[in-house]
Structure formats: structure tokens, C-alpha cells
Design a protein around this ligand. Structure first.
Ligand code: 5AD
Ligand code: SF4
Ligand code: FES
Length: 354
């Protein structure tokens, strides 16, 4: 029996427990751990999370304001070429009312999410941000790529955070699955967002076709290099009405390893336990919370539209009312011995000013 690989794993794990500076090769060694050994990785990530981020899990309510999208990403059900999907967009009044309801059931952060939909003018979104901010909540925008001026306008209107995932750190794969787009442009947008003082959320999918352990390690190093405040890491789930319908998709195990390593190399980052993880495994979200994650983002969109925001199939909670999800997830979090965050849940990397 050759134990050299196991020794290498243990040595690297030991290094991970004393430094956040891991090299690509070391990340690959840890990502290659077999299911018995990866438990050690999850335990380490949980210890790092407890030490740096407290016991609180932050809840962010997502309002999916429109499922129109001008982009054609190969992996996503909202892509413009998917003619099978019924499209909707919420009016200004509907968005505001949904926000009010979410605040009334206790959310301290609201995420306004949509495909890249040109229907709303930058000014209209700015006015909405101003109005919602008066409800005393933090606002995260997840509205895709826009120019510097638009991002600036929204920031000035009061938006606190922006979620724009880099999706994959492999520039060749990126161009293949996001036709007409480049990783470089994406990172340019992220740089602008940081410059404008947003707390930046990025992230990637796990299990894209053609992705290797090397690419995944690159994803982690890119998140660290961009100094993100939040990293959303979820499994890729093939959608039947997209070019990647026949792909395999990401596994629970590999996604959990990515979340754990993100915690280990970026102790102060907010890490959501994603809905996609809860979709591929009934205990997915709980397992991520026990392996480094500290955020959950339940859906608070009006129920008649929820099924139409079909980025991937079989999404959990599409038939559940916001109040139900809030108490359901609260119960699950408390059962893990954790608490629910009671403040805005800003990044602990920020000192004052928020
Ligand atoms: N499976 C999992 N996640 C997906 N996303 C888009 N399509 C899929 C899919 N099929 C994620 C991307 C994107 C966000 C809107 O949803 O990471 O940033
Ligand atoms: Fe549009 Fe985002 Fe889906 Fe791409 S991933 S098609 S930009 S909603
Ligand atoms: Fe939606 Fe449990 S979180 S039903």
C-alpha cells in the first residue's frame, strides 16, 4: 500500500490549519481528498468559521424581480434563447410591496435579483433602492453587468452590496459557456464595484463540463485575489432546456470541499449555503453550514412567479410561502446549535461607515 498521497494530504491539512496562504497545488491536494478524509477538512472549516465569524447565520431575503435576460449563458434556464420559459417582471409597486413584507417578517438584508433585463432604467432602480432603504434594511443588488456610472448611481442611492459571480476562473471555459462575454470584462465590473465601495459578492459553479481540480483551485485563488466580501459557491445543475442539458452536474461532496476551502483561505468572508446545494441533496444546506458556511438566502418573491425563476430545475421551496421558509430554515439553523443573525450582517472586514 502506498501511503504517500495520504501523508501529503495530512501535511497539507496541517498547513491549512495554521495559514490562509495555500498554493494551487495544495488546494488541489485537499480537493482530491476521498469522502472519509474530507470530513477532516469540513471540521477544520467549521472551527475557522466559529473562531472568526461567531455562531450567527445571516438570512438574506431574495426578491427575483424579473426573469428576462439578454444573455445566453449555456448553463442557465433564463438564457434568452430558452423560448419555453414563461417570462415575468414585477412592477415597481410589486417589488416595493414584496420588500415591505420581507422586512415585516424580519429580514435585515434584501437581495434584488434579476436576469440582465434592460426594461428597468438605471434611474428607476435607483428610486427603488432609495425607497426600500427607508425600510431600514441592507440592500444587495444582483442585476448583472452594467457600466460604471450605473453602478455608481445605485451605490449613491444606497445599495450596500453587489453580487456578480465570476462563474469560472478558466477564461477559455468562461468564453465557451457565456457566449460573447469574457472573464476579463467580468473582473473589470468587479473591480469597479469594489472601487465604488460596494461589498462585493462573487462565486462560481462546481461541476461545469471541462472543469478540473486545477480550475477549481484557480476559482478559490481568484476569490481571494479579488478580496471579495462574499463567495457564493454552488453545484452546477443541468437544465433540460439549455445546451448543457446532457452534462453531469456538480456533486455535493466537491461543492462542500470548495466551501470549506473558501472558509479556510478567507476566514472573514461571508459564505452562503446555497439553494442549489439544498436542491441536489436534502441535507445540503445543513452540511455546508457545518463546513464553513454562515449565510442562507431564502426566497421571498411573490409565489405566483417563483416557479418561473428557473435558473436550474427542481429548485427547492418554490411552492413555499416566505413565512414558511423563514421559520423552516430558522428551525434547521437552531437545530445545528447556531443562532440567527439579528443585525444587517455586513462584512466583518469593514470597520465603521456602515
Ligand atoms: N446550476 C446552478 N447554478 C446556476 N446558475 C445559473 N445557472 C445555473 C445552473 N444551471 C447560477 C450562476 C449565476 C446565478 C444567477 O445562478 O452562478 O450567477
Ligand atoms: Fe442571464 Fe445570469 Fe442566467 Fe446568464 S446566468 S442567462 S446572465 S440570468
Ligand atoms: Fe423553504 Fe424549508 S427553507 S421550505
Amino acid at each position: 500500500m502506498d501511503y504517500s498521497w495520504a501523508l501529503d494530504f495530512l501535511k497539507t491539512l496541517e498547513k491549512a490549519s495554521i495559514t490562509t496562504e495555500l498554493k494551487k497545488k495544495e488546494l488541489v491536494t485537499l480537493l482530491a481528498a476521498d469522502p472519509n478524509d474530507s470530513k477532516l477538512l469540513f471540521n477544520l472549516a467549521d472551527r475557522v468559521r466559529a473562531q472568526y465569524m461567531s455562531n450567527a447565520v445571516h438570512l438574506r431575503g431574495i426578491i427575483e424581480i424579473s426573469n428576462y435576460c439578454r444573455q445566453n449563458c449555456h448553463y442557465c434556464g433564463l438564457r434568452c434563447d430558452n423560448k419555453k420559459l414563461g417570462r415575468y417582471r414585477l412592477s415597481y409597486e410589486e417589488i416595493y410591496k414584496t420588500a415591505e413584507e420581507a422586512v415585516n417578517i424580519g429580514y435585515k438584508t434584501l437581495v434584488l435579483q434579476a436576469g440582465e433585463d434592460n426594461h428597468y432604467s438605471p434611474l428607476e432602480i435607483a428610486l427603488l433602492i432609495k425607497a426600500i432603504k427607508k425600510l431600514d434594511v441592507a440592500i444587495t443588488l444582483s442585476l448583472g453587468e452594467h457600466d460604471y456610472e450605473t453602478y455608481g448611481l445605485w451605490r449613491e442611492a444606497g445599495a450596500d452590496r453587489y453580487l456578480l459571480k465570476h462563474e469560472t476562473a478558466d477564461p477559455v471555459l468562461y468564453q465557451k459557456i457565456r457566449p460573447g462575454k469574457t472573464l476579463e470584462e467580468r473582473l473589470k465590473c468587479q473591480t469597479w464595484l469594489k472601487e465604488l465601495g460596494y461589498q462585493l459578492g462573487s462565486g462560481c459553479m462546481v461541476g461545469l463540463p471541462g472543469q478540473t481540480l486545477d480550475t477549481l483551485a484557480q476559482d478559490l485563488l481568484l476569490l481571494k485575489k479579488m478580496a471579495v466580501e462574499m463567495a457564493g459557491i454552488g453545484p452546477f445543475i443541468p437544465h433540460p432546456d439549455t445546451p448543457l442539458a446532457a452534462s453531469k452536474g456538480g456533486s455535493l461532496e466537491m461543492t462542500l470541499k470548495m466551501v470549506a476551502l473558501a472558509r479556510i483561505i478567507m476566514p472573514l468572508v461571508h459564505l452562503p449555503s446555497t439553494t442549489a446545494l439544498g436542491t441536489i441533496h436534502p441535507q445540503g444546506r445543513e452540511l455546508a453550514l457545518q463546513g464553513g458556511a454562515n449565510v442562507v438566502m431564502p426566497n421571498v418573491s411573490p409565489s405566483q412567479y417563483r416557479e418561473l425563476y428557473q435558473i436550474y430545475p427542481n429548485k427547492i421551496c418554490v411552492k413555499d410561502e416566505p413565512e414558511h421558509c423563514k421559520s423552516c430554515i430558522t428551525g434547521k439553523i437552531l437545530a445545528l446549535g447556531r443562532t440567527i443573525g439579528t443585525d444587517y450582517g455586513h462584512s466583518p472586514k469593514l470597520q465603521g461607515g456602515y
